[in-house]
Write a new protein. Sequence first.
Length: 539
Amino acid sequence: MIYQLYVRSFADADGDGVGDLDGIAERLDHIASLGVDGIWLNPCYPSPNRDGGYDVADYTVIDPRYGGMPAFERLRQAAHARGLKLLMDLVPNHCSADHPWFKEALAAAPDSPARARFIFRDGRGPDGSQPPNNWRSVFGGPAWTRVAGAGGRPGQWYLHSFDPSQPDFDWRNPEVAGMFDQVLRTWFDRGIDGFRIDVAYAMVKHQDLPDLDDPDGENPYTWNQPGVHEIFRRWRDIADSYDRDLALVGEVWLPPAEAATYISAGELHQVFNFNLLQQPFEPEAFRSAIADAIEAQDHADAAGVTAWTLGSHDVHRAVTRYGLTDPEVLRTTDINAIRTRARGTVDLELGIARARAAVLLLLALPGSAYLYQGEELALPEVQDLPDDARQDPIWNRSGYTEHGRDGSRVPLPWRVGERGFGFSDTRTAAGDARTVARPWLPQPAWFADFAIDVQEGDPHSTLAFYRRALRERRNLDPAAPLDWISTGRSDAVAFRRGNYTCVTVFDGPPLDAPGDWGEPVISSGGTARGATTTWYRMR
Ligand code: NOJ
């Protein structure tokens, strides 16, 4: 069980309104109290922050704005002292336009070794004024940007699968692979326990960069290309050369059968399943998403495990997704966005009941579980951020039609009645009072209802529920296979793992549990209409 930390938004120790590593270290008790095994830090390297730090200008150090290397060492020690593993985020598909290699490439000639680290091409048309192909960026707009050439005249184009400030590396260039080998070793040598790997499936592009038949559709030329698995075998060898347990976890937005190939022997230890979080809260949708992943894993003879999750810094929070009563149709071609970033009116009671039922079901699955900060508070998505506060590049690249992901990244509410809900420390390390800056994204007044201190004293709070659920999960045998159980009810999904039975009623009255399921040991609560997961345990 891993707790995902959006570093800028967990806690702020130095009072500048932006979260930092000392903020995390000082408030590790909250994370430890949940009973997780480790933490994953979203990127906290030097970055111009055009894409929340996924535009890395230097892979080898921590940005001073998050406390730099001294704060990293304090956090590493504090985490390890509590038995928490520490995973970092590795961003190998692209860097920041501020990375020295890209600056060098811009200053170099076409066909130079400096440009060969990226994907530079001449444009099409008589004057090269058309992009080299018709690919679109994931964030909207073309995937190519033209740079200045000799004498300031328009020059070549470079590929950026995401924002123009994120040039894609050319992974066919051994220099790129060599640089990342070093990055892995640098951080492993500093004592971290693994990496979550950004856009792991898309690092190698089709050699010919062919045009897409439908430029607004998916781009298969960017995933599963020959050479991508080779990178992970190489990294696995590096990880295995260390004399301790290290984990490589891939961000792979692919159907289960393809995703499972990334955890074959000698490759990654874990691969995310994003299929489940894209499903509506419906029994057949959940059952088949789980069954497909397990079947794919068995079929691929996978050596690693599935990493299950219901939320992240990239999708709307689960409470909001499951509680939407009138989803607006999004004007976007990004299929993931349509499924996970719809907006509209939310029935909070229903959304919270469903999110709790969904997570209790998820915690019963074989594999690893990732929790995104704030979900233990049942935090909804902040849909009503002021437009001028929005920072996600999706907002402007979509022509201000898609809100993007800022609403799941708002700084956490810790204490009611304090400025910024206690997100920033109002005392210096020496204990002197100080005025703190406003949180970098504004928190709505209704965050008060979800604050950690409000939930601390309430045994019925979602926070208390998460602690109970994670504690109970420790008794589950990780090796126990999942066996489906038929309940005779189409509104329910049930399965057995070892001596536990997990049943989710999606929409209907409680289920009469047969005696051979044992005693109920934990329930997610639910509403009058259902949306309840219960675990039973045999003696
Ligand atoms: C996936 C990350 O989770 C997301 O936040 C980022 O924008 C893209 N990859 C590009 O790095």
